[in-house]
Structures are given as structure tokens and as C-alpha cells.
Design a protein around this ligand. Structure first.
Ligand SMILES: NC(=O)c1ccc[n+]([C@@H]2O[C@H](COP(=O)([O-])OP(=O)(O)OC[C@H]3O[C@@H](n4cnc5c(N)ncnc54)[C@H](OP(=O)(O)O)[C@@H]3O)[C@@H](O)[C@H]2O)c1
Length: 323
């Protein structure tokens, strides 16, 4: 497993980050098996993953607590832990207590990367949140600050108040709203990019057919890419992945993750997994390469699909924003 430097920070992260949202028992994913979740985290660690992503809002502390449980006794200095400040905690007096709550749940005394999960939706000025985060940084409680789900303009505003070392956007072969100015800006300014939902929550693994439906309580039943006609289109991209997977003796999930690892500007994808088997499969995205020709061919098919997508509010909300 290669290690990467995150932006201008001193934080070192593994080329695959393991994401633990599904382990939070929250309303989007439904319940998870605690023992299997801990085993999946340990499988990732044993496979060389040293960076783990969680957030307070993933089960309101449940995912953080489970991650803390799973990493207990492992060498802290060899790992980097990412968690996130939820949007209701962005006012200056709430930031430090929120951070303390996350530290307690994780059983740690510092966080490597503390992300602002979303821009405020209650009018808290970004300068106020950043000032509180910079204080936590000076106290050694957090090592670096990131922003997630921010537009380019919002990222630029946040940077006026302190260093932003990384962004966490949704980005995959079937969701590429980051392409263009934002990706370029991050590359030019040495801002790390750690994209989430790299498998489009399972679509790119090849396990779904166009007839697949999701129960109402599964958050994916509302997510735009799982609605027609987008679902069919995304599955066609997956069909192309199946072709390349066969060529390289890999699985579509491994090719999808590999494509991201090879994408210029991307530091490391945050890959989710519910079981040891999924984690073990996803880890085999490292240690080999797509040829430049195949990388470009996959990229082209992906762009043909993503350029047709309307401007959705986000990956989880099928509301189409006016252009
Ligand atoms: N900053 C943010 O706003 C934000 C938003 C979303 C996610 N994230 C982070 O990014 C991480 C990854 O994103 P994500 O979990 O949304 O999506 P993802 O990584 O694209 O998909 C993960 C899900 O796909 C299925 N899966 C994974 N590997 C598989 C395999 N090899 N074969 C078959 N199915 C497989 C599993 O769900 P099933 O078994 O249920 O199919 C798994 O939970 C999260 O855990 C979280 O840490 C951050």
C-alpha cells in the first residue's frame, strides 16, 4: 500500500481509505452487524489500509465509536483518522464540544483530518467555524482541516481564514461534477482530494441489473443514480468495466477504484464496505495498473454518461437544481 501526503499537511494517508458510514446503523443504510463491521475494519488494516473515514452524523457517534473499538490497541502513530463536524455544530461555541465528543467516541486524543461535513445551512459565517477549527489545530486536537461538499466559491472563502488541506467530494466514474475548475484549482493549490462513494454505492461493482429495486428504508431508493433513466445509464458504464475487468483478471469494483487511484489530482478514494469479503475484494485495486489507453477508454465512456446528467442537488437527493 502506497502512502500519500495530504495536501500541504503532514498527514500521511494510505492510497485507499476505508469508509465506515455503513457501520453507523443510520437511517440511510439501515442496521449493520457490529462484529462483521469490526472484522471488516481489521481486514482493511491487515491489508495495509492505515486511513479510516467516519463522521459524527453516521449514527450520531455510533460509527465513530465502532471505529474506535476496532482500532483499539493498534499503533496510533501508523494510522490517520478522519472524522467530520456536522452542520448543526458549526457555530463558534459548538465546534470544540463537537470535536471533544468525536475524540471521546473514537477513544483518541487527536484527529488527523477534521472535515466540515457540509456548508452551513443556518447562516453561520464560515469564518466563525474556521476560527474555532484553527484554535483546535493550535491546541493539537486536530492535525489538519478539510471541507466536504463545498463548491469552489465556498472553498475559496474558507481558505481566507486558514489552511484547507483537502476536500471530500463525491466523485466516481458515474458522478463527476468535480471535473473542471474545482479539480484544477485543487491541483494548482496542492489541496488533497479524497473522493467518497467511489463505487456509486454498489452500482460499479456489477452486482445490480436494471430490474433491481431497493426497499423504501434503504437510502439508495431515493438517490438520483438509482432512478431511471440514470440507473440504466450507470449500469451501461458498469458493463464497460466488466469488459476491462475480464481483460485484467479483476472485478468491476477493482477497476472502478483503480481508475480513481490513477486519476490526476485524486489523492486517495474513500471506499466503503460492509463485510470482510467486500473489503478484501476492494483492496485488490492496488498493486497493478490500467494502461494509459484503457484508462482513457474508460474515462471517455464515463464522461459520455456523466455529461448527460442534470445538476442534482447531491448524490443523495434527486432534486434537480436550476442551471
Ligand atoms: N463527506 C460526505 O458527505 C460523504 C458522503 C458519503 C460517503 N462518505 C464516506 O465515503 C465512504 C464510501 O462511500 P459510500 O459508502 O457512500 O459508497 P461506496 O464506497 O461507493 O459503496 C459502499 C457500499 O457498496 C457496497 N460494496 C462495497 N464494496 C463492494 C463489493 N466489493 N462488492 C459488492 N458490493 C460492495 C456495500 O453496500 P451493500 O453491501 O449494502 O451493497 C458498501 O457499503 C463512506 O463510508 C464514508 O466514509 C462521505
Amino acid at each position: 500500500m502506497k502512502m500519500k501526503k495530504l495536501g500541504k499537511s503532514n498527514v500521511s494517508i494510505s492510497e485507499i481509505i476505508f469508509g465506515t458510514w455503513v457501520m453507523g446503523d443510520d437511517e440511510y443504510w439501515g442496521s449493520a452487524n457490529e462484529l462483521e463491521s469490526i472484522k471488516a475494519i481489521r481486514t482493511a488494516w491487515e491489508g495495509g489500509v492505515t486511513t479510516f473515514d467516519t463522521a459524527y452524523v453516521y449514527g450520531y457517534g455510533k460509527s465513530e465509536k465502532l471505529l474506535g473499538e476496532a482500532i483499539k490497541g493498534l499503533p496510533r502513530e501508523e494510522m490517520s483518522i478522519i472524522t467530520k463536524l456536522w452542520r448543526t455544530e458549526m457555530a463558534k461555541d459548538l465546534v470544540a464540544p463537537a470535536c471533544e465528543g468525536s475524540l471521546k467516541a473514537l477513544g483518541l486524543d487527536y484527529i488527523d483530518v477534521y472535515f466540515i461535513h457540509y456548508p452551513s445551512n443556518s447562516g453561520v459565517p464560515i469564518g466563525e467555524t474556521m476560527e474555532a477549527l484553527m484554535k483546535l489545530k493550535s491546541q493539537g486536537k486536530i492535525k489538519s482541516i478539510g471541507v466536504s461538499n463545498f463548491s469552489l466559491e465556498q472553498l475559496k472563502q474558507a481558505r481566507q481564514y486558514g489552511e484547507i488541506d483537502s476536500i471530500q467530494p463525491c466523485y466516481s466514474l458515474v458522478w463527476r461534477f468535480l471535473d473542471g475548475p474545482e479539480l484544477e484549482y485543487c491541483r494548482e493549490n496542492d489541496i488533497g482530494i479524497v473522493p467518497y462513494s467511489p463505487l456509486a454505492q454498489g452500482i460499479l461493482t456489477g452486482k445490480y441489473q436494471c430490474s433491481t429495486t431497493f426497499p423504501k428504508e434503504d437510502g439508495r431508493s431515493q438517490a438520483p443514480l438509482f432512478q431511471q433513466p440514470y440507473f440504466d445509464g450507470a449500469l451501461k458504464v458498469t458493463d464497460v468495466l466488466k469488459h476491462y475487468a475480464k481483460k485484467y483478471d479483476k472485478t468491476p469494483a477493482q477497476v472502478a477504484i483503480r481508475w480513481l487511484i490513477q486519476t490526476p489530482g485524486i489523492t486517495a478514494p474513500i471506499v466503503g464496505g460492509r463485510s470482510c469479503a467486500q473489503v478484501a475484494e476492494n483492496l485488490k485495486a492496488i498493486g497493478w495498473k490500467l494502461s494509459e489507453e484503457d484508462y482513457q477508454a474508460i474515462d471517455k465512456i464515463s464522461r459520455e454518461f456523466t455529461q448527460m446528467l442534470p445538476s442534482f442537488r447531491n448524490f443523495f437527493d434527486a432534486t434537480i437544481l436550476s442551471q
